[in-house]
Design a protein around this ligand. Structure first.
Ligand code: HEM
Length: 412
């Protein structure tokens, strides 16, 4: 660990967006893990927001993930800022911000709709959607990996499961960006923009649900409209928020890992050539991409009692950030953690570090990522970067908003 700078970490505030301008600040995260693996910081970038603990060790992230009774999802929700991201009165109705027993009831309902068989049955549709997008870029000779492939493919895949109209994909994609990319003024200029988006999502979802109640179809919206817990139907508010997490979780995350992996390959010809020569390596490239470039920087929990962790006294009510981007690069677990290694078979924390909130869409995401990579490499083997990539300004989302590419000339 000699490369890790000895600069002190006491004043480090990971909510400072300037640290994240070029992606996760791995040098800072390494220093924290070494010097103060359970680290307290004030939230200096926001007025009136309480500070937070940062966990950067793989083992601590896992311990907090597994212990929902001490580290609650319900008490403070999923974001480090209170009130500014998705207000708690709305988050309360989202699966990811619930604790048992409510969490168990909601998750059970979803799991019935997300069985491995249902997901596998969708492969043909996912491939058709993906081929159409990559062919459009191939025909044009240029495009943007985020705007032309990652975003439209993931939006249509979740839209086809929900049963929404393809003409609405962009509108639904906007909901996810506006909710989760709340630190980026391009996606969230102000809180009014968030409330306008919520009004649109509410009207849209309630109309769609009413249509399915009178005329049920074989889609996820109908399942949400008809779902019952102990004889109770979901309330309208609960349906709107579950729809929100499926749209946001189903698009932003998978899009991020696909585009991060492609960006890495376009800058690392040796890895790209190996994958082109042997596409059977794609599943392990995806797992290594999930380790190196997880879609979410952190997951938040809130302490429900005083607890000691890593020699630090966490108090009841304290915010705790489980930094997945750091756990995934802990040298205690991964040799040369900052190297993307196609031969590694990592057990990573990208879908959560275990426990009850483990990603509901992991099987769907892995299938989409495999098809996206297979079809991109097949149709666009000579792809090149065509300009600087731009990142979403965020501590929560580890994603690009634009990666311009040109298709490349096979005869050159
Ligand atoms: C590469 C893609 C994806 C990544 C990296 C990812 C990551 C995550 C993470 C980190 C969590 C929280 C885990 C925790 O706190 O323990 C989560 C939860 C969740 N994800 Fe994903 N996700 C992905 C794709 C998807 C897709 C495609 C869907 C939907 C169809 C989805 C739906 C959900 C839902 C509903 C939850 C909440 C589960 C719960 O609270 O029990 N995700 N995901």
């Amino acid at each position: 660990m000699a490369h890790v700078s000895a600069q002190p970490v006491a004043d480090t505030d990971l909510s400072d967006l300037t640290l994240w301008r070029d992606g996760p600040p791995h040098e800072v995260l390494d220093r924290l893990r070494l010097q103060a693996p359970v680290h307290w910081s004030e939230m200096t970038t926001y007025d009136g927001q309480a500070g937070f603990w940062s966990l950067t060790r793989h083992a601590d992230v896992r311990q907090a993930s597994m212990d929902w009774e001490t580290f609650s999802s319900e008490r403070g929700g999923m974001l480090l800022v209170d009130g500014l991201g998705v207000p708690m009165e709305l988050q309360r109705d989202v699966l990811i911000s619930m604790d048992p027993p409510r969490h168990a009831r909601f998750k059970g309902l979803f799991q019935r709709a997300f069985t491995p068989r249902t997901i596998a049955a969708h492969e043909v549709a996912i491939r058709e959607i993906t081929v159409a997008a990559v062919q459009r870029v191939a025909a044009r000779g240029e495009g943007d990996l985020v705007v032309d492939i990652g975003a439209p493919v993931t939006a249509r895949v979740i839209g086809s499961l929900l049963g929404t109209d393809p003409a609405d994909d962009e509108r639904l994609g906007h909901w996810g960006n506006s909710a989760l990319a709340f630190e980026d003024p391009e996606y969230r200029p102000d809180m009014d923009a968030f409330w306008r988006m919520m009004a649109d999502a509410t009207t849209y979802t309630l109309e769609a649900v009413a249509a399915r109640r009178s005329d049920p179809r074989d889609d996820l919206m109908t399942a949400l409209a008809q779902a019952e817990i102990n004889g109770d139907r979901f309330t309208d508010g609960e349906i709107i928020m579950q729809m929100g997490i499926l749209v946001a979780g189903g698009t932003d995350s998978t899009k991020s890992v696909y585009t991060n992996l492609m960006h890495h390959l376009l800058q690392t010809p040796a890895d790209l050539e190996r994958l082109l020569a042997d596409p059977s390596l794609i599943p392990q490239a995806i797992e290594e991409a999930l380790r190196c470039f997880p879609a979410f920087g952190y997951q938040r929990r809130t302490a429900t009692r005083d607890v000691e962790l890593g020699g630090q006294q966490i108090r009841e009510g304290d915010k705790v950030a489980l930094w997945l981007v750091a756990g995934n690069r802990d040298p205690e677990v991964y040799e040369h953690p900052h190297t993307f290694d196609l031969d590694r078979r990592p057990d990573h924390q990208a879908f959560g570090a275990g426990g009850r909130h483990f990603c509901l869409g992991a099987a769907l995401a892995r299938l989409e990522l495999r098809v996206l990579m297979e079809e991109t490499l097949r149709a666009l083997p000579m792809l090149e970067l065509a300009g600087p990539a731009r990142r979403t300004s965020s501590t929560f989302l580890n994603q690009f908003k634009s990666i311009p590419v040109k298709v490349g000339d096979p005869t050159a």
